[in-house]
Structures are given as structure tokens and as C-alpha cells.
Write a new protein. Sequence first.
Length: 443
Amino acid sequence: MSKDSQLKKALGPFTLWGLGVGYVISGEYFGWNLGLPIGGSYGMLAATVLVTFMYVSFILSYTELACAIPRAGGAFVYCARAFGPLGGCVGGLVQIIEFVFAPPAIAMAVAAYIHQRFGGIPVEGIAIGAYLVFTGLNAWGVRQAALFELTVTILAVGELLLFCGLTLPSFSWTSFSIDPLPNGYSGIFACLPFAIWFYLAIEGVANAAEETRNPQRNVALGFGTAMFTLVILALAVFFSATGVAGWEQIVYPVPGAEASDAPLPLALALVVGSDSVWYTLLLGIGLLGLIASFHGIIFAAGRATFEFGRSGFAPKILARIHSASGTPRIALAVNLVAGIIAILSGKTADIITLACFGAVSLYILSMAALIRLRKIEKDLPRPFKAVGYPYLAILALSLASLCLVSLFYYNPQVGFLFAGLVGLGLIYYALRGRHQLIADWAR
């Protein structure tokens, strides 16, 4: 491996916790509420419980791979090692789709929060401007990016706890139960993508393993503490927001309006009023929660695209590391262009769903890789062993498969777009990628 494709080791367990929570925490601020018109409060709750079991089982299993094979490619490298180049190519493609298309959705929510306070600024302009700023911060340096992520994550967690403290006293089961299943029990499966949004991208901690000091220990600590934090926050926010005045009040700013990307301000306004200092504080620090995920997933996406180039499955130029900053600037720039195109589509719900297609496919392939590596590489050093293996790994794989089937059934157009993007990547692999010399890339 050449020096210009080596990442710097600058991360510890606390910064990994910050990355893990930061990648995901925007899912507590927006996105999940878009599932309420489909599933209602009961349907969304059932979907959230199902997805929570999937993620806990997945992380308790996936951590074994991240500690045993600490590489920036994450699932791409694990699938390649388990199934060979073609399997690695598919794993890398679905991972890139998840990480590249999650930030545009978050950028739209950032813009919605700002637009809610300063209505004269175009939403798309705010979103693109944010993308440019935080791609630049990621390009600046690994340590600077991680410290920024940790700071905004701590503030965002504190703001969510404050939000719950202000709204939970107004919780009413009667309000929570208004029109609880608008589309019957089938709504539970239809709103799964928005329940996944509560936790999507926590697996990005694995993509920082190569830049972690003592990854065999610190990655496990980062994963475990981040997952615990997110489960508590997801359930607390869901109940405290939905139970104030019913789910419609945190989806539609006014009857007949389009669904909002800013549900927490809508809920808090019902409790303290939109002129309250608490409301202003939520918009300010709540914006930092969105920024934490936006910035963090840009970080993970850059590493995923970088590894794809370094391993020869994409143009080698993507694997260049800037000599001064130690960051994959070209990979970050390519992801930026894809993100701006997605923003200009203006379809937040579809972008979220596309990212979810990538995520659940990654979970299925990763669990299959874990099981296969246990069989073919019994002597592989495993500093952390999957908890409850093989039962939790099989549970995670099964629940992720259920989610993937539901996603395709209820979102066929987005599903075909996802399949088309994977297909384009496989065409490149067949025509060029598999012919490139790859020196020990999976080891």
C-alpha cells in the first residue's frame, strides 16, 4: 500500500462514540415522522421496535468484523474477504449508495430548519451551501473533523434530552392513539424505511477503524456505547413528540400542507409556543444535531468511496490521500457532486428510502460474510466475538431481509433505481474493475 493511500490514526473510543451517535442523531430530529401518515402512531411504534431489534442484533455481530479487519472499506472489505471480488463489489456498491444518499436527505432537513426561521432563503440553496461547507471541513483534516463531530454530537444529545424533558409532561396516551393505524396493519411494513432512519449509518463506525488507535479495543467500545445511546434517544423522542397532540401535528405544519422535515419544532411549539426561548434554542442546537449526522456521514462516505478506489473497483484517483491533511479529498469531491444532484431532485422521502435500500442490503451481506468467515477463517484473530452467535447474526439477517422485501413491495420505483445503480457499478466491474491488478486488497 503506497504512502499516498494511507490514512492517519487519530481516533479514540470517545471520538468513535461521537462519530457513531453523530452519524445517526439526525434520525431523531427528522425523517421518522414521514412514516406516521403511512403507519400511524401504533404502526410506526411496531416498526421502530422491529428495527431496534434488528440494529441491536446487527451491531453485536458486526463489531466482530470491524475489530478483526479494521479497514476503511468496512462492509466492502468484509464481503470481499468472505465471497471474493464480486461479492466485495456488491457489498461496496450498496454501502456507497447508503452513505452517499443519506447526506442529501439530511441537507434538506438542515435547510428546512433554517427556512423555518428565515423563510426568504431558498431551501435548495441552503442545502447545497451546507454540503460545500461540511465537505470542506472533512477535507481539512481527520482530527479536526472528529473533534467537530464530537462537540456538535454532545450538544445535540443534550438538546434532545431537553426536548424530552419539556414535552414528556404533556404526553397523553389519548393523543398518541389518535388514528393509530390509518392504513391498517400493512402500514407497519410500509413505514419501515422511516423507522430505519432512527439508526441508519451507525455501521459507519467500522469505516473509521483504520484511523483508530488500538482498533481491536476501541471500535467495540465505540459501537456499544453509541448503540445504547441511540436506542434510548429514539424511543424517548418518538413518544415525547407524538404524544403531545397526535401524529398529524408533527407531520403537517397546517392541515393540507406538505409533510414537514422539522417535527420537533412543531411538537415543542404546541407546548411552549413558537416565541419561547426554548423553541429558539431547539432550532439552534437542533440544527447542530442535523449537522452532526450530515458531517459524520460525509466522513464515512468519503472512506467508503476511497476504499473502493484503493482496491481497484473504481478509478484509482479516488484513492489519493492529500499529503498535508491526510484526507481523501477527491473521493469527498465526487460524493459532493452526487449529493448536489440528489438535492436538486427535491424528494427527501425517496432519498431516505434509497439510502435505506443500501443500508439493509449492507446488513444482509455483512451478516452473511460474518457467518462465512467463521467457517473459512477459523484462525482469524477476533478480539471481539459476536454476542449470541450465530443466533443474533441470523436474527439480524432475517429482519434485514424482511425490511428489504417490504422496501421493494412498497417502493418499487425507488427499488428499481437502487437496482439500476448497483447494476451500473457491476457493469464497470465487469468491463474494467476485475481486470485491474489488486495487490492483497482484501487482506
